[in-house]
Design a protein around this ligand. Structure first.
Ligand SMILES: [Zn+2]
Length: 134
């Protein structure tokens, strides 16, 4: 099983943060194509500049050119290290596991765990709080 990374570029100088997207997304999937599909379910879009959505000088908000899985034995620790270095949004990173589990990684060391229901060809269903821990 592999995790693919989608890093948001703050086009127009702002990040989009909502229930699904934040600065950095890790999506567990068997293939990069599957991860791209799930990223789209979460609200990522591609070629935003040519689509007239994103700022031409800042560039596309989202891209999927990085098709190499993240190399790490501990995805949460990996995400935490990056959140500690960047911490540009709150949460800084979300890890979407294949089984629906979501870990939200904050730059203050907090990890919040939730569950989503993946739903194909539709907006995903809901997020349910499980627990918050430090
Ligand atoms: Zn710009």
């Amino acid at each position: 099983m592999a995790f693919f990374q989608f890093v948001q570029n703050n086009s127009y100088g702002v990040f989009t943060v909502n229930d699904t997207v934040c600065h950095r997304l890790f999506i567990e999937a068997d293939t990069h194509d599957e991860a791209v599909e799930k990223a789209e379910e979460l609200g990522c879009y591609w070629e935003g500049v040519s689509g007239g959505i994103d700022c031409p000088c800042c560039g596309d908000r989202w891209s999927y050119w990085n098709d190499r899985p993240v190399e790490t034995d501990d995805i949460e620790a990996h995400a935490q290290n990056l959140a500690d270095s960047f911490g540009w949004t709150s949460p800084d990173a979300r890890i979407f596991y294949k089984n629906g589990r979501v870990s939200e990684i904050y730059s203050d060391g907090t990890i919040e765990r939730k569950v989503i229901m993946w739903k194909k060809d539709d907006v995903y269903l809901h997020i349910k709080n499980l627990k918050k821990e430090n």
